[in-house]
Design a protein around this ligand. Structure first.
Ligand code: ZN
Length: 273
């Protein structure tokens, strides 16, 4: 199994929750860490140690009700490098997600196999993926003609585009499974597309492979890494040394691909928006 999309929440100290302590108010405080003034949400409550976490809303600090504020601030100073680095990463991640968001309208850009593709409604044209394939092969800016009326709603555009992306995912993933399976001497029985939020793929002992259709947004070398990873699980249902040497037998640079996959940013699912 391969997980990687969830945003990390770092907790320095494990929370503990003895019952019976009164719930406390949330305060919004600020602290100077190095050259930066950092806002944070502070709450005291039912726990025995101070906890720091970085989420989509920034830094959160939780402390036991008896901890002096000076102790909390001393911990923030001691951990300032960690806090500032995590905040910076969270900001970059949010900016990349915003940039990757698809606007469902004529002339909008979409990522397909790691390349930008332009959506065109062009009602006079029929739905025309061949032009896209040809353009991708020629490494030109590609166009996906959806053959929808100019007044099509964002929902229609999204449904038509995503249906096409899923078809492409099915076909590209099948090709790559067919290419790598004989090299790894495995026999996948069927491919299912998944829509999971936090998982790229999984493999079952019965030979079925599930791959996240949203991988089709990414470059082929990253898709290949997930395909190979799951195929190797058909021989090793773990992440043992023999598993990784099997992966390396067909993808010697698997570690770099894995790193790149960790950094990959997908367009947010519409439920995320
Ligand atoms: Zn795995």
């Amino acid at each position: 199994m391969l997980r990687s999309m969830s945003q990390a929440l770092g907790a320095l100290l494990r929370p503990h929750t003895p019952a019976g302590l009164p719930a406390a108010h949330t305060q919004h405080r600020r602290v100077r860490l190095g050259a930066q003034e950092v806002a944070y949400e502070f709450k005291r409550g039912q726990r025995r140690s101070i906890g720091l976490s970085i989420g989509p809303d920034g830094l959160r600090v939780r402390a036991p009700s008896w901890t002096p504020l000076a102790e909390v601030e001393a911990l923030l100073q001691a951990k300032s490098a960690w806090v500032l680095e995590k905040l910076q990463r969270a900001r970059e991640h949010a900016a990349a997600r915003a940039a990757a968001r698809t606007v469902w309208a004529d002339d909008a850009a979409l990522l397909f196999l790691g390349q930008h593709v332009r959506l065109r409604l062009e009602p006079a044209q029929r739905f025309s993926p061949p032009r896209l394939q040809a353009a991708l092969a020629a490494a030109q800016p590609a166009t996906l003609c959806l053959g929808l009326a100019g007044c099509a709603s964002a929902l229609q555009i999204r449904h038509t585009t995503q249906a096409w992306l899923r078809q492409q995912a099915q076909s590209v993933f099948n090709d790559r499974l067919a290419y790598f399976a004989p090299l790894l001497q495995v026999h996948p029985r069927r491919l299912q597309l998944s829509n999971a939020r936090t998982r790229w793929g999984s493999a079952s002992a019965d030979g079925s492979i599930r791959l996240n259709w949203r991988l089709i947004h990414l470059e082929l070398p990253l898709i290949d890494y997930v395909v190979v990873h799951e195929l190797c699980h058909l021989r090793h249902m773990n992440h043992s040394a023999p598993f990784w040497s099997l992966v390396a037998s067909v993808l010697p640079d698997h570690a770099q691909r894995r790193q790149a996959l960790r950094r990959a940013v997908l367009p947010p699912l519409d439920a995320d928006v």
